[in-house]
Design a binder for this molecule. Structure first.
Ligand code: MCA
Ligand code: AMP
Length: 503
């Protein structure tokens, strides 16, 4: 028995129904997909991977990349997908910290990565977005069936790294049960069936694109129009073939910015879902005016999968993230004492259920700080819950910027800037951005007599940090605003620069 593989993948063996429709017109059936995954599972075993070992993948989105996830499930290997934007330095941390035995990277970066990967005791294989590289070459000629490795629901299925307020990324350990229970809940809640065709334009290295979107479609037996990334023309071209879309708010504001996106184009769609970042109530309203559809907003985290969702049939209330999902408990607590607050008050949201992760890999003290012994996870999001159960996220108790659905922890950028020549200290904040929701501003204070060069700071960020984390504006100030305790007042900075990306 291997619940994750059996329930998501194994049930489709022998089915010649479409699973992946590609932008070029090709279709991959469920069975063909499983045969590709089986060949890959043989490669993993040939590479010496045993159940429980970690495989880190920093690869472009493709059917083969998705089959690698299935292969890991079948071979009992823990899948660790990584953002393609991460720099070599960022990547080396994840490999070292996770103890990954095999790294699958882009063929174009193989030369650069090989020494680093091998110095960390891992092996490197490659997979390009077009299926090129050593992984598929090795898979060629392997058997198209693989004996599924026995696993239990409590075994780990995936690690997803998430940054923290200290700037050190933590590996969130997700069990088979965490993933399956949530996918089953969402399948029923959002009424996915084998008739569904999901327009899939999200990356597959995060919870949203991999677990929410893909796992649900796998469970339903439906198909996905599998686009390499969000491309407005492709979205418009493919929408008439789809029944549903899952996206971050930037997807919806970009679609609304195009006059071709209208009632007629969306008439075959039954569901638009938004998450990963706050959807402005204004976007919700404009979307309904334009298309007649009400976006269904839901709320989740890497550590917890999905926690709340607006209802399918009931009121999809703009500006709220809906009600606790079946099997998920939510409560709003006092940030200081942890005591549950009365309905209507603002506090920190805590969640509990089979969806909640197993802890951070080899970081017991960080796990203990966020995951209570009674099973409640402290999300760090500020929320309020109405008498009728609807939850509204009103802010963040954690220092976090969300840009286009990607999380950016200011501390990571501050650590880089503070090390730059001529910089005394820095404070990184988010400001409203018309496309990405929020974007990054770096406020730097020079050392006495120094005048840090903006181009040099940008170059340093480029070297150390993934592109999406780069500040899009630098501000030099003689000192940072502080309160009487000496703590930097980021709220003062946010207020001062809130219009920085407007117009
Ligand atoms: C790309 N760039 C970005 C972002 N994406 N910069 C900041 N924030 C971003 N999100 C960079 C590009 O490298 C490029 O750099 C420049 O910005 C402009 O890129 P553009 O072509 O406009 O962007 P894009 O490639 O179209 O991507 C935008 C996007 C994408 C479609 C919004 O970021 C995306 O797919 N986001 C989804 C993220 C996601 O799946 N999050 C789920 C996390 P240059 O100018 O130098 O070329 S899971 C989660 O949060 C929880 C569990 C949940 O609840 O779901
Ligand atoms: P991540 O760590 O990438 O999983 O991001 C999780 C964070 O994204 C949450 O803690 C929230 O701050 C935010 N988030 C996700 N969905 C929503 C939503 N619908 N509304 C507001 N914030 C959200």
């Amino acid at each position: 028995m291997n619940p994750l593989y059996d329930r998501l993948f194994g049930i489709h063996a022998g089915k010649d129904t479409p699973f992946l429709h590609l932008a070029g017109g090709e279709t991959i059936t469920h069975d063909a997909f499983l045969r590709m995954a089986a060949k890959l599972a043989h490669v993993l075993v040939a590479q010496g991977l045993a159940p429980g070992d970690r495989l880190a993948a920093q690869i472009e989105k493709s059917p083969e990349a998705l089959a690698l996830y299935a292969a890991c499930a079948q071979a009992g290997v823990v899948f660790l997908p990584l953002n393609t934007a991460y720099t070599e330095g960022e990547l080396s941390y994840f490999i070292e910290n996770s103890g990954a035995k095999l790294v699958v990277g882009d063929p174009g970066r193989a030369e650069d990565l090989k020494t680093m990967v091998e110095s960390l005791g891992a092996a490197l294989m490659t997979l390009g977005g077009d299926g090129s590289g050593t992984l598929m070459a090795e898979a060629e000629g392997q058997p198209e069936a693989f004996e599924t490795v026995a696993r239990s629901e409590d075994d780990l299925a995936a690690f997803l790294y998430t940054s923290g307020t200290t700037g050190r990324s933590k590996g969130a350990m997700l069990s088979q049960k965490n993933l399956l229970s949530n996918a089953e809940t969402l399948l029923a809640h959002w009424r996915f069936t084998a008739e569904d065709v999901l327009l899939h334009a999200l990356p597959i290295f995060h919870t949203h694109g991999l677990f929410v979107a893909t796992n649900i479609l796998l469970l339903s037996g439906g198909a996905m129009i599998f686009l390499p990334k969000f491309d407005l023309d492709q979205m418009i071209a493919q929408m008439p073939r789809a029944t549903s879309l899952m996206g971050v708010p930037t997807f919806y504001t970009r679609l609304l910015g195009d006059a071709r996106f209208d009632r007629d184009l969306t008439k075959g769609m039954r569901l638009f879902i938004s998450g990963s970042a706050p959807l402005l109530a204004e976007t919700h309203v404009r979307f309904e005016e334009r298309t007649g559809h009400r976006i269904l907003e839901r709320y989740g985290m890497t550590e917890t999968n999905m926690n709340t969702s607006n209802p399918y049939d009931g009121e999809r209330r703009a500006g709220t993230v809906g009600l606790a999902l079946p099997g998920v408990e939510v409560k709003v607590c006092d940030p200081e004492t942890g005591a549950e607050l009365p309905r209507g008050e603002v506090g920190i949201l805590e969640v509990r259920g089979d969806n909640v992760f197993q802890g951070y890999w080899q970081m017991p003290e960080k796990t203990a700080a966020e995951l209570r012994t009674d099973g409640f996870f402290i999300t760090g999001d500020l929320a309020t819950q109405g008498e009728d159960g609807y939850v509204t996220i009103v802010g963040r108790g954690k220092d976090l910027i969300i840009s286009g659905g990607f999380n950016i922890y200011p501390k990571e950028i501050e650590l880089v800037l503070d090390d730059a020549p001529g910089v005394l200290e820095s404070a990184v904040i988010g400001a409203p951005h018309p496309d990405f929701g929020e974007s990054v501003i770096a406020v730097v204070v020079p050392e006495a007599g120094a005048s840090p060069d903006e181009a040099a700071l940008a170059a340093l960020c480029k070297k150390e940090l993934a592109r999406f984390k780069h500040p899009r504006k630098f501000v030099v100030l003689p000192e940072l605003p502080r309160n009487t305790m000496g703590k930097v007042q980021k709220n003062v900075l946010r207020e001062a620069y809130q219009g920085a990306f407007e117009g």
